[in-house]
Structure formats: C-alpha cells, structure tokens
Design a binder for this molecule. Structure first.
Ligand code: GLU
Length: 473
C-alpha cells in the first residue's frame, strides 16, 4: 500500500508550533515510506477566515522544508484543495444520505436548540440533539442546517497507532450538523468526504479530535466508507506541563521564531522532539535522520511539554553545526547597521568568533556591534560585576594602566602572542583570570557578552584595543 497523508490547516490566524507539528509527523511518515503528502485548506468556517493566513501557512511549511506533493501552489489530481471550492462534492454526498434517510433538515432555530440544551442541563442530563429529533422534518431546501441521523447508536472500538485501543459508547453519538445554513459543510462532514475522495490512508491530527472519533465512525458507516487509519498526536502542553499550550504561554507564532533567527533545521528538530524520540539519548537530528528514524509507535501518549529554552539550545547547536559560509548567507539581514561599511572578509572573521555563542541569529548585533562601532561606555558593567565590584576605582585604573602598557609592548599582534601577554599579566598583577580578563573584556567591548578575549583583541587590532583601554585611564 502506498500511503497518502495530509495536513489540513484552517486559515484562521497565525501559525502556532502545534499546527506545524501536525504537519511534520505525517510528512515524516510519508517521506520515509515513499507515499504522497497532501495539503488541504479547510476554509469552510467563514466567520473565522483570516485573509493572508493561508500564505503564512504555506510560507512556513516551505521555510521548514515540509514539501507537499499535492495542494495549493502545486496542483494535483485530487483537487480542488480548498474546501470552499468543493461545495458541490459535499452536497452530492449529503444528498445521498438524505435519500437513504440518514440525514434530515433541522427545522429549529438556534434559539430553540439552545432551549433544548438548557432543558437538558436543568435535568442534569448530557444534551443530545437526537433526543429532540423532529418526527417529521421538512424537506431539505438548502437553507436549513442538514443533520446526520444516527439510526442505531452503539459502541465503537478502534485502534489508534499512538493512543492504542479505544472505545466509546452510544452516548458519544449524536445527530451532528453536516451542512450549515450558509451552505458550507462542517469540519465533521467535509474532512471525511475529502479524506476519502483524496485517497488518504492515514489521518494524523491533534488529540482534540479523539472525542469526536465515534461520531466520525458512525458517519463512515452510513457513507459505506472504510475509515482510514486514525491517529491522534499528544497535546503540546504549556511550560508548566499542566494545561494545553495557548497563545498566552509564551509560544510565539512560527513566523516570529523565524524572524528571531531560529534556523529551520532547529525548529524541525524541536517540533519532532515534542512527543517523539527515537529511544536513545540523541537530541539533535537532521531532517534525513528524522525521516529515517520516525515511527508512530515511538510517539508518546502523554502531553509533550513546550520548552522554549530547549528550542534555543537546539538552535545554538544548529548554528554551530552549519558551515561558516552557510551561516554567513543566513545572517545577511541580521548585522548591526554599522557593519555595512565593513568588507565581507572582516565580517566573516567576526562571524567565526561569535558562531558558537549565538543562540539565535537576532543576537548577532548584541554579540558583534563592538567590532564595527565604538561602544558606549557603561561603568555599571564593572560595578555590578561579581568579581570586579570588590576593587576600588583606583585599583581598576591601575590594573588597566599595567595592561595597556604591557600590550603596547607587543610587536606581533595575533591571538597566540596576545594570549601569552595576557598570561604574563596574570602573574604581574597577581589577579585571577575571572577578574583581569573580565575587566579587559568589558573595557574593550562594553557588552554583556563577547567571544574569547584573545581572539577579540586580535581582530580589533592593536590600535583599537589600546585606545579603548587608554580612554579609561
Ligand atoms: N482544519 C483542522 C484544524 O486546523 C484540521 C484537523 C485535521 O487534521 O483533520 O485543526
């Protein structure tokens, strides 16, 4: 069997890490097994439609390298790939159900349905529309909602490759809406028709769909369609692990992470690790390794915690892992403005020094500005430094004088000779590296972070190094 999987986002707003993981897992499975990955836009909820959201989704997938075989921007033999362009298909299937007596027009107003709901609540009963099913519904003329008729509510049992054997009884089944009064289908109806018409073999989606699965199974039965393999992925939990990740829990849109300079490799790696591991301690996986190693039976059942620190750590690992030339291409738009007047060779050297310290590309200005412009002097960096605040201002200026004069004697200015001089300075001053080197680092960069001291000074050159120290004497 050649597998066909799909990602079926709704263009309702920004694209969240959870949305993308629901694309990644079926994509990995498909690329591993050599099937087709289909992208379908579920745009039938007109009240939640956000213009531009679809492009954002497609751009994000492209950025991550999650490519699709059929769908928008691509075409394919099972289109159209927007649900809003498939209304006739849904209506044809709906009519089949009406003819079989398995769907009927809902004659009630939304207020009346609300009244039934309240009545059920007052009786402390779970609301089931089928308890209020009209005896003689009018003929469906397309202006009323069309409801599915559950003829024989029963227990369903199914096997979810991730969640295991599941079962739900008749109380989970109800006469749900297939086509709304506006003529658009509901998700519940449309996705079943589309998955069938598009030949989908594995439906992989978030856990929020698990409670509706019995409803889907009863509809599959009525439609005489064999259901595909139904897979639910564990929830992504907020950092505290207690609730589902929401917009307020610090999870930015994937677009924001991209702007911050998270590499697509790191984002992919991070998303894959939310709910899946290969059973070893390995944490960094390339795209190809993920494709080779992914398997549904190693997807965990319990919620996966969203941990942004881990994403940053992974990003740092990836920044270190790619070549300097590759990184140079990627940081093009991240340099501080003052870098514009410097040539590529100097910028390459700067980048080589900061490469293994960057956690995001957006940190580049903070990590490199002092290579391109005179930094603003900020003595607070000295007075608030744990090691340095023990020294008086006089002692500090005296130390700097010694450093200045010793470095001034150095004829051959390179990382090795500078390091030797710095070591000699430790002996001469009797200070620890934590004190002396921190001080030199601060007065030459005035930045909270900087690369290794000898390399930094070597790249500044002797004149700049000495003049920055001299300005504080
Ligand atoms: N349109 C649904 C969503 O965005 C898709 C669910 C599914 O994959 O079937 O949540």
């Amino acid at each position: 069997m050649t597998i066909r999987t799909r990602f079926a986002p709704s263009p309702t707003g920004y694209i969240h890490v959870g949305n993308v993981r629901a694309a990644l897992f079926p994509w990995l499975l498909t690329r591993q097994q050599g099937g087709s990955f289909i992208l379908r836009i579920e745009d039938t909820d007109r009240s939640r439609f956000v213009p531009g959201a679809e492009d954002l989704i497609l751009d994000t997938l492209e950025w991550l390298g999650i490519d699709w075989d059929e769908g928008p921007r691509k075409g394919g033999s099972h289109g159209p790939y927007h649900q809003s362009e498939r209304l006739e298909i849904y209506h044809t299937w709906a009519k089949k159900l009406v003819e079989k007596g398995l769907a009927y027009a809902d004659p009630y107003t939304p207020e009346e349905v609300q009244g039934f709901r309240e009545e059920a609540r007052a009786l402390k009963k779970a609301f089931l529309y089928r308890d209020y099913r009209p005896e003689n519904p009018p003929e469906w003329d397309g202006t009323q909602p069309l409801r599915f008729k559950v003829t024989s509510p029963k227990r369903y049992t199914w096997n979810d490759p991730v969640m295991g054997e599941l079962s739900a009884g008749p109380e989970a089944l109800d006469d749900f809406i297939l086509i709304k009064a506006d003529g658009y289908p509901t998700y519940n109806f449309a996705h079943i028709i589309d998955d069938f018409e598009m030949g989908i073999t594995h439906v992989i989606r978030g856990l929020e769909y698990i409670s509706s699965t019995p409803k889907y199974l009863s509809l599959y039965e009525a439609l005489e369609i064999t259901p595909p393999t139904l897979v639910c992925l564990p929830h992504i939990m907020a950092p505290d692990g207690r609730k589902k990740l929401g917009k307020r829990d610090g999870a930015k849109s994937v677009t924001d992470y991209r702007t911050d300079g998270i590499l697509p490799e790191a984002m992919l790696n991070f998303l894959a690790s939310m709910g899946w591991n290969d059973g070893t301690e390995q944490e960094i996986f390339s795209r190809q390794e993920l494709i080779d190693k992914f398997s549904l039976d190693r997807v965990q059942r319990s919620g996966a915690r969203f941990d942004e620190k881990r994403l940053l750590w992974m990003n740092g690992q990836w920044i270190r892992q790619i070549s300097l030339d590759d990184l140079y291409q990627r940081v093009e738009s991240y340099w501080p403005q003052s870098a514009a007047q410097f040539d590529a060779s100097y910028k390459h050297q700067v980048l080589a020094l900061v490469q293994d310290r960057l956690k995001t590309l957006a940190e580049l200005p903070m990590m490199s500005r002092f290579f391109f412009e005179e930094p603003d002097v900020n003595w607070e960096l000295i007075t608030s430094n744990k090691q340095l605040k023990k020294l008086s201002e006089g002692e500090i200026r005296e130390l700097l004088k010694t450093v200045h004069d010793k470095l001034a004697e150095l004829a051959d200015w390179n990382p090795e000779t500078i390091q030797e001089t710095l070591n000699q300075l430790l002996e001469i001053t009797g200070q620890k590296p934590g004190v002396l080197f921190s001080l030199i680092r601060i007065v030459t960069t005035w930045a909270p972070f900087s690369p290794q001291l000898n390399d930094t000074l070597a790249l500044f050159g002797k004149d700049k190094t000495l003049s920055r120290i001299a300005s504080q004497l």
